[in-house]
Write a protein that binds this ligand. Structure first.
Ligand code: UD1
Length: 417
């Protein structure tokens, strides 16, 4: 089993490139199913979840090839409509293939993605919306059997919560449905905009994305295109956290500040200097860190739940008391026990975590429990005295392209063993 070994308390300094966003690449790969012919996605990150999505595409009959940072998908041979259980389990966000397969083939069979590290992950909104659009969906023995009979049709859908996955599935299903679909209370995340822009480039008619009401006018068919995946805003937040905890100075190349407008002020409140440029972010954390009053995770444009763990790691060494309220997922403080092992002073009650800053963290053997929680342990390890060993790093590899290479390149001492 691989682990990361980190020798902490080295100031990070230099330039570091932010790779393409996992949460954008995955729905884009699913969206390829809808388009006829060939599609090339550039800046497609080399992540285990992306490889899992490519395996799903291959299973469906598509040709999927990687060439450097680009993935090319050809859907000419697309015939299968089922995703086997073992592939569904590899990556829980594979549910986003549902809307795409239904849109292209009119039927789809896949197993329930099930609960996960972050707590139960229901898909009731996805299912209710697709039913509204005319899909008949049977849920039996852990499998979803879906059929659209005479085709999907547009509908007015009001989401009770702006779910990212549900919004993506509806957009995918609606792109080639008959008539107009309107999503009220849609998710507004940058990854939703990336999906809509990509589909529009393939010939779809989607407007209002990035706002709470998205309108999709169904078109007959979509064609392939070339598209560049947007930079990963959570990876950017992770690098900022690592700079902060090590008292470092980093320039994040390829980062898009507009996607993390609610994250940057948190670093400024911590006492860091942050400068924003067109496609880079500079951070300097030479002074000691200060606590921040309250961070509440919220749907975009609020503070992202995915950045909660890494920012918490930085706050463990900030002078004073910080409060973090996790509003999106019920089980997203699993990194806390591991941070406490490293000397952090954190108490949780329900969705609230109280972080009392300590002078020093001390290196320890810890285990990643989920993707972002695992990244938080790496951030803490970089700021801790002595050696930290992070186990179960398969979670981290789901969302970070060789995290050890990235941090080594800016002065961190970190290796995979
Ligand atoms: C996506 C992201 C994930 C991020 C999350 C919130 C991907 C691949 N993953 O996950 O990294 O943390 O958005 O920003 O893009 N819910 C329901 N019923 C549903 C759907 C969701 O109750 O049918 C609930 C979930 O349990 C959760 C909340 O809604 O409490 C948000 O979930 P959602 O926005 O759907 O997250 P994901 O799309 O799964």
């Amino acid at each position: 089993m691989q682990r990361l070994v980190i020798e902490g308390e080295r100031r990070l300094s230099g330039e570091i490139t932010v790779h393409g966003a996992k949460n954008s690449a995955l729905p884009l790969l699913a969206a390829c199913v809808l388009s006829r012919g060939e599609t090339s996605l550039h800046n497609c990150p080399k992540l285990s979840d992306v490889y899992a999505a490519c395996r799903i595409l291959s299973r469906l009959g598509c040709k999927c090839e990687r060439n450097g940072g680009s993935v090319t998908v050809n859907t000419d041979g697309l015939t299968h409509f089922d995703v086997p259980d073992e592939l569904m389990r590899e990556m829980r966000s594979s549910i986003v293939f549902l809307g795409a397969i239904l849109g292209r083939l009119g039927k789809c069979r896949l197993s329930f993605p099930g609960g996960c590290e972050l707590g139960p992950r229901p898909i009731d909104m996805h299912i209710a919306a697709l039913r509204q659009m005319g899909a008949s969906i049977r849920e039996e023995h852990g499998t979803l059997d879906c059929d659209v009979g005479r085709g999907l049709r547009g509908a007015k859908i009001a989401l009770s919560f702006p779910s990212v996955g549900a919004t993506e599935n509806i957009i995918l299903a609606a792109a080639t449905a008959k008539g107009q679909t309107v999503i009220h209370n849609a998710a507004r995340e940058p990854e939703i905009c990336d999906l809509a822009r990509f589909l529009n480039k393939c010939g779809a008619k989607i407007s209002g994305f990035g706002e709470t009401t998205v309108v999709i006018d169904g078109v007959e068919r979509l064609h392939g295109c070339e598209y560049e995946v947007c930079p990963d805003r959570i990876v950017a937040a992770t690098y900022l956290s690592a700079a902060a905890i090590t008292g470092g100075e980093l320039t994040l190349l390829g980062a898009r500040a507009c996607d993390i407008e609610t994250v940057i002020p948190v670093f400024e409140q911590m006492g860091c200097t942050v400068c924003l440029y067109d496609s880079k972010i500079y951070i300097s954390a030479r002074r000691g860190l200060k606590a921040v009053k309250t961070i509440r995770t919220m749907p975009y444009p609020g503070f992202p739940t995915d950045a909660q763990a890494v920012v918490m790691a930085a706050l463990t060494k900030a002078r004073g008391t910080s409060i973090i309220i996790e509003n999106i997922f019920s089980n997203r403080f699993r990194h806390v026990d591991e941070l406490v092992r490293m000397g952090a002073d954190i108490k949780t009650e329900g969705k609230v975590a109280v972080v009392d800053g300590v002078k020093r963290l001390s290196g320890a053997c810890v285990k990643a429990c989920d993707l972002r929680g695992g990244a938080a342990l790496v951030v803490a390890g970089l700021g801790a005295e002595g050696i930290t060993e992070v186990g179960d790093i398969k979670y981290i590899d789901r969302g970070y392209e060789s995290i050890e290479t990235a941090f080594s390149s800016v002065g961190g001492i970190i290796k995979r063993v």
